[in-house]
Design a protein around this ligand. Structure first.
Ligand SMILES: Cc1ncc(COP(=O)(O)O)c(C=O)c1O
Length: 381
């Protein structure tokens, strides 16, 4: 009986015991592991400031808050994206302006951004889909020319690079997710990175309930008080301890994902060559994270047939984002700029195949064999 789940959380074997044995609950307030984790991430990505958060969603909400987004402001973003990206800015009253994606990487099409800019545009919000970097060589100069802030949602992209620089270091602000579906996880968790000096103080304030508590801890003020809008950004130190353990194995975890991704790619390439489906593209200047493996089928009907067929065979495969611009709320929160050449088509024809840390190479071959069976073609590994 075949049973290949779509995803299982990354688990190295003894994560909880290794992370928490000897954990000093009495010293929890010192946030020892959160501090170590922030240091680890800072060493990797070299931001001005890195803070762990409770989720990538919270990081995005903090980004919109510290940028002072207000009703009437416009935010340019892809529609093939997670709703937290839209929510964070819509919560502050912004209008979302959706731009088409590139058909090769499914990232925002950098050539279509400029046409979407108006005098109300404040932010370009990018997503490094599946851990493949956007074309920042094109996006950053557009942002600079129009005085816009780039917020980089790097939920899928920890350890990924664009032109030898880690993803998450391109936006003025970037975010990470450590929820249970991400390559590296502590169940729920996130991080926010500030790469622009002038946003560091606003983040410290917003992160600590809208107070100057950071200055108080540093002995710069005799007491702290409510200074502005903010939240409780702290990730539990217990979660941080689990996260720290996984991060220390980040290279090995990423290689495990990438090896399985490559195996899928090599096995399925003949189907692409035969014109049966399309495989993901990783541009040569991108070092990706293999956060997911997807194929693009020829039609929405065929996508559903493939998902159903794999399900009958005991294999869980699934679709991904429903385009935000045609979602019930997206229709109210934003508009599509220009032509939707690829967003809806790719979203409706995309199937994600099982890919997770403990997936065996044998199971990858099994899934490939079943995909070949679906197309009625013999699989020759
Ligand atoms: C691109 C993207 N951004 C943000 C999020 C939200 O992450 P979190 O669950 O940490 O809030 C997700 C979750 O899957 C995501 O895929």
């Amino acid at each position: 009986m075949i049973n290949v789940p779509f995803f299982l959380p990354t688990y190295l074997g003894n994560d909880l015991q290794d992370a928490l044995t000897g954990y000093d609950m009495g010293n929890m307030r010192s946030r020892v592991y959160a501090g170590r984790t922030e240091e680890w991430l800072s060493k990797l990505m070299q931001p001005r400031l890195c803070k762990l958060t409770q989720s990538c969603t919270q990081s995005l909400e903090l980004a919109a808050l510290i940028l002072g987004i207000k009703p009437g402001d416009e935010v340019i973003m892809p529609s093939f994206a997670f709703m937290s990206m839209g929510n964070a800015f819509a919560l502050r009253g912004a209008k979302l302006v959706f731009v088409d994606i590139r058909p090769d990487t499914l990232n925002i099409d950098e050539t279509k951004i400029e046409a979407a800019i108006t005098d109300k545009t404040k932010v370009i919000l990018t997503l490094n889909y599946a851990g493949v970097g956007c074309n920042y060589d094109a996006i950053l100069p557009i942002a600079a020319k129009h005085n816009l802030t780039v917020v980089e949602d790097n939920a899928h992209g920890i350890m990924g690079k664009y032109k030898d620089k880690y993803l998450g270091s391109f936006g003025h602000i970037s975010t990470l997710s450590f929820d249970f579906l991400k390559n590296i996880t502590c169940g729920e968790g996130g991080a926010i990175f500030i790469n622009d000096d002038k946003l560091a103080a606003p983040l410290r304030l917003a992160y600590e309930f809208g107070t100057n508590r950071h200055d108080f801890y540093e002995g710069k003020t005799p007491f702290y008080e409510w200074k502005g809008l903010g939240t409780n950004g702290y990730l539990s130190d217990i979660s941080a301890a689990v996260l720290y353990r996984q991060l220390q194995n980040a290279e090995q975890i990423t290689s495990a994902f990438k090896n399985k991704w490559k195996l899928y790619y090599n096995n399925l390439q003949p189907l692409q060559n035969a014109g049966m489906l399309s495989l993901p593209t990783v541009p040569p200047d991108c070092y990706h994270t293999a956060h997911n493996f997807y194929v693009i089928t020829k039609s929405t009907a065929q996508r559903q047939e493939l998902i159903d067929y794999l399900k009958q065979q005991g294999i869980q495969a699934t679709f991904h984002y429903h385009p935000l611009h045609s979602s019930e709320f997206g229709l109210k929160a934003g508009v599509f700029s220009g032509q939707d050449e690829h967003t809806t088509r790719c979203a409706q024809q995309l199937v994600r195949l099982p890919l997770f840390y403990s997936l065996s190479e044998g199971d990858v071959e099994l899934v490939c064999r079943k995909v070949y069976d679906f197309f009625g073609i013999a699989f020759k590994p």
